[in-house]
Design a protein around this ligand. Structure first.
Ligand SMILES: [Zn+2]
Length: 383
């Protein structure tokens, strides 16, 4: 990864470059900042720059043997420690490095929860386990294969237990020559004070809304310009947050269609004058619940959660205070017509219907029964 591939942070890139060019390379640095601002890509690009055979124009060359290995995270002197969910206590990061590499290369700004979801089906918290410290010590004591600088990147050292952190402290106190330690932390306050005092801190700030907007436009053709602006503003300068919001937005359009159809049909059955029309709508409702039952339980649960958010937003929409609303362009155009149907009298009973359906789906009640029941009860609430 080259500096040029990383969004923004010109000051930090130039600081890292001048350290490397001037031969004043700190033994250990701690990259600090919130999730999704690019700390891990910066650490990788810095390590690549340190080892590049022909750096020029303020960046690694991207072409020498070392750069080519770095681009695939396959350099023998580049080592990683990262949190994961283990299956056996004797495992180490080595056992998951090839999936970590695959994940990082596809999503360099990804958040730790994205990585854990990629790595494991267990819904556990990823950790850096105690036996990792032995591996760190061994790795650092070995002579480097070919690189000028052997690099160990520890992603999220705050996820180490105390025993592991104390061993890490030892390696920070007795640095091996030609070795660079790069710690990358979302939460430096959770590190031992003795670790923090032995590393040079690099603060990586949030990106500007303009930088996030540029990145969205470059990476997604599906999100329209106005939605991209709204996401960029709401992302607080984090590309992992922006990415999550864009996924929700694109999913949201499909989820919105289902929500709109359900509400329109329920309204029709209650309010249309002729029995014939009511019958047509009832048939439509039946077809809809039939089709929706084909989706996975996880997707239906997410849809039911989406509906609850949308109901809240529509209720708020009636107060005409846009600063309290977060709606996409499509959602807003829907809400401008739908919001009046949600009021003080029905918001709580309707929310409860969706919450109950969400609970029942989670408890393995038959999907079609839950959805049909939800639809029938909605008929009583939408006037
Ligand atoms: Zn190079």
């Amino acid at each position: 990864m080259q500096f040029s591939e990383i969004v923004g942070h010109d000051d930090i890139k130039s600081l890292l470059r001048s350290q490397a060019d001037g031969g004043r390379i700190p033994h250990a640095q701690l990259f600090v900042g919130k999730q999704g601002v690019g700390k891990l890509p910066l650490a990788v690009a810095y390590a690549q720059y340190l080892n590049c055979a022909h750096p020029h124009d303020g960046d690694s060359c991207g072409e020498c043997a070392s750069c080519r290995q770095f681009a695939r995270l396959e350099h023998p002197d580049l080592h990683f420690v990262f949190p994961y969910v283990h299956k056996h206590t004797e495992e180490t990061c080595d056992d998951y490095f090839s999936s970590f590499r695959q994940w990082f290369l596809s999503d360099p700004y990804g958040a730790v929860q994205d990585w854990i979801a990629f790595q494991s089906n267990d819904r556990k918290k990823g950790e850096i386990y105690a036996n990792e410290s032995e591996r760190i010590i061994t790795t650092l004591s070995l002579k480097s294969y070919q690189a000028k600088w052997k690099t160990l990147i520890i992603w999220l050292p705050e996820r180490m237990g105390e025993a592991g952190a104390n061993k890490l402290l030892k390696t920070l106190e007795e640095p091996s020559p030609s070795t660079v330690l790069l710690l990358v932390s979302d939460n430096p306050d959770r590190l031992l004070a003795t670790i923090r005092s032995r590393v040079q801190r690099v603060n990586v700030p949030a990106l500007s809304a303009e930088q996030v907007f540029g990145w969205i436009r470059q990476h997604s053709t599906e999100v329209g310009e106005e939605d991209a602006r709204r996401v960029a503003r709401a992302s607080m300068g984090s590309l992992s947050t922006a990415k999550q919001m864009m996924e929700d937005l694109l999913q949201g359009n499909k989820r919105l269609d289902d929500f709109a159809l359900l509400m329109r049909t329920a309204w029709g059955i209650r309010n249309l004058p002729s029995l014939d029309q009511k019958g047509d709508f009832l048939l439509r409702l039946q077809e809809w619940s039939e089709k929706k039952s084909g989706e996975s339980r996880d997707e239906i649960i997410m849809w039911l959660q989406y509906c609850q958010r949308l109901l809240r937003e529509n209720f708020i929409y009636n107060f005409k205070r846009p600063e309290l609303n977060y709606l996409s362009v499509t959602e807003e155009s829907f809400s401008s017509k739908f919001a009046p149907f949600i009021n003080e009298d029905n918001i709580l009973p309707i929310m409860k219907l969706f919450a109950t359906a969400e609970r029942d789906i989670g408890q393995n009640v038959q999907i079609k029964i839950v959805l049909t029941d939800l639809a029938l009860q909605l008929i009583m609430q939408i006037k």
